[in-house]
Design a binder for this molecule. Structure first.
Ligand SMILES: [Fe+2]
Ligand SMILES: [Fe+2]
Length: 282
């Protein structure tokens, strides 16, 4: 069986530096809010991602994983919101998903909860996004026994390959620790399952940190951990904690051929003007 698993998350719709739909949204008082230059840039990269993911998925049974932080929410008294009307964040997220990744032919959609300060208590804003997609006729959303469409975590078994998807994960914060820490984290994921008598996943996928990383295959069968890029540029806050580096923009596709995985990151480098250099006239 040939499958494609498409992973994307951290869209942060509603953030002034998050993903937005070019059609804009209408403020309650009738003013229209249109995307800025950087948001149009993100939309362009998102469309490229959708095209590239669709190409990889062609001829395969395809499954979409929404990895949390679909909306930015009214958080930490930030001024970097298109509006603090969170209903608009839900609307933007629904529009970008419906007119983007959901257009790729697929069998199932799995959504995991993002960070509460962004997506609300009990991921209420993400539940609203999924409810809206469902009302718009998307019938591929996987629900739990009680009908919930956004899950704390998802374990999915594809021909014996167990995938563990959740929003929060851990990563080294420095360039020289990022790669080695991902191997430590992979071992942690593997051992914590093993010690608690749970079946260790072959692959764990995490969002939240806005940086792509892959712990790589391990011949001993230790879990491979994948950390995802995002669709949000730096906010004042993230620029402060990630001083020299940019977030990674894009998503990830895992191709499974009878359970054998190939990991394809789809990354879109920030434009060169992110390094604007001043020179004297002389
Ligand atoms: Fe995030
Ligand atoms: Fe998050």
């Amino acid at each position: 069986m040939k499958r494609a698993l498409i992973f994307l998350g951290d869209l942060h719709c509603g953030s002034t530096v998050g993903l937005a739909h070019p059609q804009g949204v209408m403020h309650d008082d009738g003013a229209w809010i249109y995307p800025s230059k950087v948001q149009l840039y993100l939309w362009e990269k998102y469309q490229e991602f959708c095209r590239d993911a669709a190409e990889l998925a062609e001829g395969r049974k395809t499954h979409i994983f929404l990895m949390g932080d679909l909306v930015d929410g009214d958080h930490h008294r930030t001024h970097q919101l298109v509006s603090n009307d969170q209903g608009l964040h839900v609307q933007i997220a629904s529009d970008v998903l419906m007119d983007g990744v959901m257009q790729i032919p697929h069998e199932s959609v799995h959504a995991v909860r993002g960070t509460p300060s962004h997506v609300g208590k009990a991921a209420g804003l993400e539940a609203a996004v999924m409810a809206r997609l469902s009302r718009e006729g998307l019938d591929t959303i996987v629900k739990d026994e009680e009908g919930r469409m956004v899950h704390p975590f998802v374990y999915a078994d594809f021909e014996g390959t167990l995938i563990d998807a959740r929003h929060h994960g851990r990563q080294g914060q420095r360039e020289h620790t990022r790669g080695s820490y991902s191997k430590l984290y992979a071992l942690d994921v593997y051992l914590s399952h093993h010690l608690e008598g749970r079946r260790p996943p072959q692959i764990s996928v995490r969002g939240h940190l806005h940086k792509a990383m892959d712990s790589g295959p391990d011949h001993r069968g230790i879990t491979r951990t994948i950390q995802l890029p995002c669709f949000q540029l730096h906010t004042e806050w993230t620029r402060r904690i990630s001083i020299e580096t940019m977030p990674d923009i894009g998503g990830c596709v895992i191709l499974l051929d009878d359970g054998k995985p190939t990991v394809e990151f789809l990354l879109y480098k920030p434009e060169p003007n992110s390094q604007r250099i001043w020179r004297p006239d002389d």
